[in-house]
Design a protein around this ligand. Structure first.
Ligand code: ADP
Ligand code: MG
Length: 237
C-alpha cells in the first residue's frame, strides 16, 4: 500500500501509510493503542474505504471503486481478537461454512478440507465439539483454521492473542509460527514482542498516522533509531 490515508471525521488515523508485504513474509505492526493498527488491517481487507492512496493486492489496485470487495476478501483471511465463532455450529461446521456458502465447495469436499485444516491446527479430535466446549486458545485456533481453509493469499490477524488468558497465548503464537514456516503470508498486530522478534521478517511501528520506523525485528525492536519507537518499547516492556 502507498500513501494510504484514512480519517474518521476530523480524526486522521492514517495520514500516508506505505507498506509492502512480500509473498511468504510475516509483517508485524506495533504501535500504541489508537495508532491505527486495526484500521490499517481493515483498510487492507476493504472493510474500510480509504480516503486516498493505493492498495495493490496480487497486482490489482483494490482501491479502484469498480473492484468487487467480496471477491477480494475471499482471497484474504481475517482473524480478530474475538474469534466470533457460531455457537450453534460444530467446530467443523464453523470451519467449512464459508467454503460451502461463499466458495461453492460441495459438503463432502468442504468436510474433507475442513478436517485436514483442523488436523493442521491440532484440533482434529474436536471437529464435532461446539465452540463453547473449547478453551479460548482452541477457539482462536479454530478461527484461524476457518480463515485458512480457503487458501487465502494473505492472512490479516488483529491482536489474535489479546483476549486470551496468558497460559493460552503460547499455543496460538506457536500456530502462527508454524504457519510462517509453511510460507503463509501474514500481517498481524500484537503486543507480543517476543513473538515479533522471533517470527517477524519485518516490524512496522505505527505512529502519528504513518509507519514511523520499519525494519527487521533486530533493528526496530533491538536497536530502534527513532525516539518515539524507543519510548513506545520502553512503555510496553
Ligand atoms: P489500534 O488498533 O492501533 O488500537 P484503531 O485502528 O482501532 O487503533 O483506532 C485508531 C483510531 O481510529 C482511534 O482513534 C479510533 O477511535 C478511531 N476509529 C477506529 N474505527 C473507527 C470507526 N469505525 N469510527 C470512528 N472512529 C474509529
Ligand atoms: Mg486495534
Amino acid at each position: 500500500m502507498a500513501g494510504v490515508r484514512k480519517a474518521f471525521g476530523a480524526n486522521v488515523v492514517l495520514s500516508g501509510v506505505d507498506l509492502t508485504v512480500d509473498r511468504g513474509e510475516c509483517v508485524v505492526l506495533i504501535g500504541a493503542s489508537g495508532s491505527g493498527k486495526s484500521t490499517l488491517l481493515r483498510c487492507a481487507n476493504l472493510l474500510e474505504t480509504v480516503d486516498d492512496g493505493v492498495i495493490t493486492f496480487e497486482g490489482e489496485d483494490i482501491t479502484d471503486p469498480r473492484v468487487n470487495g467480496d471477491e477480494v476478501r475471499s482471497r484474504m483471511g481475517l482473524v480478530f481478537q474475538s474469534y466470533n465463532l457460531f455457537p450453534h455450529l460444530s467446530v467443523l461446521g464453523n470451519v467449512t461454512l464459508a467454503l460451502r456458502k461463499v466458495h461453492g465447495v460441495s459438503s463432502a469436499e468442504a468436510d474433507q478440507r475442513g478436517l485436514a485444516m483442523l488436523d493442521r491446527v491440532g484440533l482434529a479430535e474436536k471437529s464435532k465439539a461446539r465452540p463453547d466446549d473449547l478453551s479460548g486458545g482452541q477457539q482462536q485456533r479454530v478461527a484461524i483454521a476457518r480463515a485458512l481453509v480457503a487458501n487465502p493469499r494473505l492472512m490479516l490477524l488483529d491482536e489474535v492473542t489479546s483476549a486470551l488468558d496468558p497460559e493460552l497465548v503460547g499455543e496460538v503464537l506457536d500456530l502462527l509460527s508454524d504457519l510462517k514456516s509453511e510460507g503463509v503470508t501474514m500481517v498481524l498486530n500484537t503486543h507480543e514482542m517476543g513473538f515479533a522478534r522471533d517470527v517477524a521478517d519485518t516490524v512496522c511501528f505505527l505512529h502519528d498516522g504513518v509507519v514511523h520506523e520499519t525494519g527487521t525485528p533486530a533493528q526496530v525492536i533491538g536497536d530502534p533509531q527513532q525516539e518515539r519507537t524507543r519510548a513506545f518499547l520502553s512503555r510496553i516492556r
